[in-house]
Design a protein around this ligand. Structure first.
Ligand SMILES: [Cu+2]
Length: 362
């Protein structure tokens, strides 16, 4: 803990001990971390008559304040802290101690969890950042209700315009993906195109291959070499990367490095060989945050050349997982010129298995 000017030579350490319980991390029923603080204090001045030192825990923006108990120089076991990010304050309280500190604060500390923050947190927590212009077009990312957020942090908007796929033109309903078996020498046409989907009650324009989403499960055999002709019917350039597959570098699908991006309306012909058995996937390597997120992906199942490589099973299922970020008003927009949340995608709140919110093995 750090002393304030009033704290003078006082110092203190708060040890956050875990509270034993059946789970690895002790939490309250509403999902907050629980800590048993041990507060060791030194050099507190002798309090004026009728004044006691009291320890408090508070959220960074002081909207929740917990009274931990009366403390003195030495080791103090006080009440538990049930906050995720918090400050610990030691104040001098005269008379009856109320539910909030009234007296001067002598020592101040903060939880390690509170140190992960932008450098301008205090500007944010004080609300000094202006809310965005109404015209920015960005809607906030949906937050879990029991996690307190700083209002001015929630008002931040990315430095690029919001973007969602175009909804005009003829866009068909997405079909569920079908497996496509490729033998050595076969050719597969893959058309990247927008598709309609209804997910969690929202009508969305997403991306698929050949009208299906996810793209077809490619089933092939170790040692096969196939041709894939990609046609781009999207409104933005794309490519296909064959994730984990050992192939000629020029067919690896990384625009600007192994090939030029395939412009809207354009085509690229890949030669894909499968020297290794296993499960792989394919996806674009351009604006992955948009194109992968919207559904341009599919699995590749390469069967081993030797039939006895795996033990016998009575059924095989291929699962591909995705998460979509959908707010109250529909999908949360992407950045028009640059990714906004993470380079290759963002954390979603609607989980998809093989493109569907519900999947069962029956
Ligand atoms: Cu990849």
């Amino acid at each position: 803990m750090t002393a304030t000017e009033r704290g003078g030579a006082a110092s203190g350490v708060v040890a956050l001990e875990y509270i034993p319980g059946p789970f690895t991390v002790p939490i309250t029923v509403d999902g907050h971390y629980r800590y048993a603080p041990g507060i060791t204090l030194r050099g507190l001045p002798r309090p004026p008559t009728g004044t006691r030192f009291v320890a408090w825990a508070a959220t960074p923006n002081l909207d929740v304040i917990q009274r931990l108990g009366v403390v003195t120089n030495g080791v103090n076991e006080v009440g538990e802290i049930a906050l995720d990010r918090f400050l610990v304050l030691i104040s001098a309280e005269a008379g009856l101690v109320s539910t909030e500190p009234r007296g001067p604060v002598l020592l101040r500390g903060e939880s390690p969890s509170n140190r992960m923050r932008p450098p301008d947190l205090y500007q944010l927590s004080l609300g000094a950042v202006m809310p965005p212009a109404e015209s920015s077009g960005w809607h906030g990312v949906p937050m879990t209700p029991n996690i307190p957020m700083l209002p001015s942090e929630m008002a931040l908007t990315p430095a690029t315009a919001p973007w969602l796929p175009r909804t005009d033109g003829a866009i068909g309903e997405a079909r569920p993906p079908k497996p496509r078996t490729l033998r050595d020498g076969d050719t597969l046409e893959l058309v990247a195109e927008p598709v309609h989907r209804t997910i969690a009650g929202h009508h969305l324009v997403m991306y698929g291959f050949n009208g299906a989403q996810p793209g077809p499960l490619i089933v092939t055999t170790q040692g096969a070499r196939v041709t894939v002709r990609l046609t781009n019917h999207l409104e933005q350039p794309t490519s296909i990367h064959w994730h984990g597959v050992r192939l000629d570098n020029r067919f690896d699908g990384v625009p600007g490095i192994t090939q030029p991006a395939v412009a809207p309306g354009g085509t690229f012909i890949y030669t894909v060989q499968f020297p290794d058995a296993g499960i792989y996937w394919y996806h674009p390597h351009l604006r992955e945050d948009i194109q992968q997120d919207l559904g341009l992906y599919g699995n590749i199942l390469v069967r081993a050349a030797g039939a006895d490589r795996y033990g016998p099973v009575n059924r095989e299922e291929t699962l591909i997982l995705d998460d979509l970020l959908i707010g109250d008003d529909g999908p949360v927009a992407y950045g028009r010129d640059t990714p906004t949340h993470a380079l290759m995608g963002r954390f979603g709140n609607v989980m998809l298995v093989n493109g569907a919110p519900r999947w069962s093995a029956r």
